[in-house]
Ligand binder design. Structure first.
Ligand SMILES: Nc1ncnc2c1ncn2[C@@H]1O[C@H](COP(=O)(O)OP(=O)(O)OP(=O)(O)O)[C@@H](O)[C@H]1O
Length: 513
């Protein structure tokens, strides 16, 4: 429908528009002498004669607009309230493609209008937050040694000001030693917070999931407490997947607007231990390229690529025995499975994570004080489960099992990974393929064609046992951390954990082509 009125919301039905102009009227608020604020389809439209005269606003802070109008996407609106007779709107202003900073719009309102203004404010906040919880209570953990040691600086500059502008409550601590985040998550009052925010690499979220998993009420804690991530480390895959960004300020905005999203977690048994993995497990080239190249830290992120190429060109193999419980075997069926979830438009409020985050009472009275779920397939020390068969893979080059899609920024390795489908995505590649094929495969990860490469075995699985062999020592990585070079077994628990994401059911990765 064509409209001459820039403030008419095209989303409103013709029926409503037919009544009179009240919808448009209700959506638009005259403020001051020469300004008005309108609720558009997906943004707040500010018309202010002062823009034209250069009196208000700071160039560069406005996402878009004409001479006397500016628009702020609802997604960027952090808070809005009346302070006496001044209407104040806090929003995340874009400084660049990767940086937002809080900014405020202030307009005087007339006393007789207060009632109407309050109603309008309610609508603005409804549109700005949708199903996301407002004013989240955040327990923040900052690892001062993450990456190159800038986490605290970035927290102060990129994170805290946005959280404050969104009126979130903040309880921040710096981690003092390895493993402290496990202890904090294990002991924290889960009724006092909505999310634990790790300002770190992927190591701290791994510790937080494990700390929650150690509690006597692990099931409830993992379901209620959303684990979130601000990218401050050397590996920041979690933020890329759930926040859709590797930028600390954009990740903060994603957390402020994030919807609770159930996340599959994986139990790993090795020796006598049971740990939770949220991201990936690797044996062979990926683990070694990451963990055996610590001496090349000066190279930054090129260290991994270098380590990977050296091994690829050397056609290194990592022999093992492997038993896998397969759920979906072939690529077309995996794509179909992914597509179904992509098209699933069930409202977030119907999903498990949402209810428990918002409704403290319901989760508290559910009486579910259980620890971690029982292991369906036993541990690595048990007899092989019924129907599993150990197969020798003497030419294994890359054993890589993922629970999320991005393994690093721009590395969408597990293109069909879903947060809550109850499956792990397993990629196996032979180590003796030609060097050319191996390099083409590596490049295919960047151009999105990896999944379809015929040399890539890609399966959706429920569990596996892997026994490395013919190697005295080697590298196994769980969520990027080194574990002993010993057999281990994995099984997935559907939706056991909780994260915050934009859609409530998908990762930010683009999926298969
Ligand atoms: N104060 C501290 N001193 C030393 N280690 C710490 C401290 N706080 C946290 N850690 C540990 O640092 C490890 C790595 O953390 P994180 O993932 O945040 O950073 P990273 O730079 O991405 O990691 P990596 O060193 O694995 O590349 C975690 O295991 C964590 O327990």
């Amino acid at each position: 429908m064509a409209t001459d009125n820039p403030f008419r919301d095209p989303a409103t039905s013709s029926d409503e528009l037919g009544r009179d102009n009240s919808v448009t009227m209700d959506s638009t608020l005259a403020v001051g002498r020469d300004a008005s604020l309108s609720l558009g389809t997906d943004s707040l439209v500010v018309l202010d004669e002062a823009f034209e005269n250069g009196g208000i606003g700071c160039c560069g802070l406005w996402p878009s607009g004409t001479a006397n109008t500016r628009s702020v996407p609802f997604y960027n609106i952090l808070w809005a309230e009346l302070q006496g007779d001044v209407l104040s709107i806090d929003y995340a202003a874009s400084l660049s493609k990767t940086t937002v900073r809080p900014a405020t719009l202030k307009y005087p309102v007339e006393k007789p209008d207060l009632d109407r203004v309050n109603k309008w404010l309610g609508k603005l906040l409804d549109r700005s937050y949708g199903e996301a919880q407002r004013r989240k209570r955040a327990k923040i953990l900052v690892n001062p040694y993450s990456g190159k040691g800038s986490a605290e600086k970035w927290y102060r500059r990129d994170v805290e000001p946005l959280l404050k502008a969104a009126r979130c409550s903040i309880d921040m601590v710096k981690t003092r030693y390895r493993g402290e985040a496990v202890e904090i998550a294990e002991k924290m009052d889960i009724d006092a917070f909505d999310t634990v925010v790790a300002c770190s690499g992927d190591g701290l979220p791994h510790e937080v999931f494990n700390g929650l998993g150690k509690r006597a009420d692990a099931k409830k804690a993992l379901s209620k407490m959303a684990v979130s991530h601000i990218p401050c480390g050397s590996g920041n895959a979690m933020s890329c997947n759930v926040n859709g960004t590797n930028s600390a300020s954009l990740a903060t905005l994603a957390i402020i607007k994030g919807i609770p999203t159930p996340l599959d977690l994986i139990s790993i048994t090795q020796g006598e231990t049971r740990t939770l993995s949220f991201l990936s497990q690797s044996v062979g080239i990926v683990a070694e390229s990451d963990l055996a190249t610590e001496n090349l830290r000066w190279m930054g992120s090129a260290r991994f690529t270098y380590g990977f190429l050296v091994r690829l060109l050397g056609r290194t193999v990592y022999p093992c025995d492997l038993a896998v419980k397969v759920a979906i075997e072939d690529k077309p069926s995996i794509k179909e499975h992914y597509g179904k979830e992509q098209d699933n438009d069930e409202p977030a409020s119907e999903r498990r994570g949402y209810k428990t985050l918002l409704d403290d009472d319901a989760s508290a009275s559910s009486g579910n004080e259980d620890g971690l779920p029982a292991l369906r397939y036993g541990t690595v020390n048990d007899k092989l489960p019924e129907g599993w068969e150990l197969i020798p893979y003497d030419k294994m080059g890359n054993f890589y099992c993922g629970n999320m899609a991005y393994m690093a920024a721009d590395t969408n390795f597990f293109q069909c990974a879903l947060p809550n489908d109850g499956y792990m995505d397993l990629v196996c590649i032979n180590g003796d393929i030609s060097r050319l094929a191996a390099i083409q495969m590596m490049l295919a990860v960047e151009n999105g064609k990896f999944f379809d490469n015929p040399l890539v075995s890609y399966r959706k699985i429920l569990g596996y046992r892997i026994i490395p062999k013919n190697q005295k020592d080697g590298y196994i990585s769980i969520d990027g951390e080194r574990v002993p070079f010993q057999p281990f077994q994995a099984e997935v628990h559907k939706g056991l954990g909780t994260v915050l994401s934009r859609t409530g059911h998908m990762y930010a990765a683009p999926g298969p082509l």
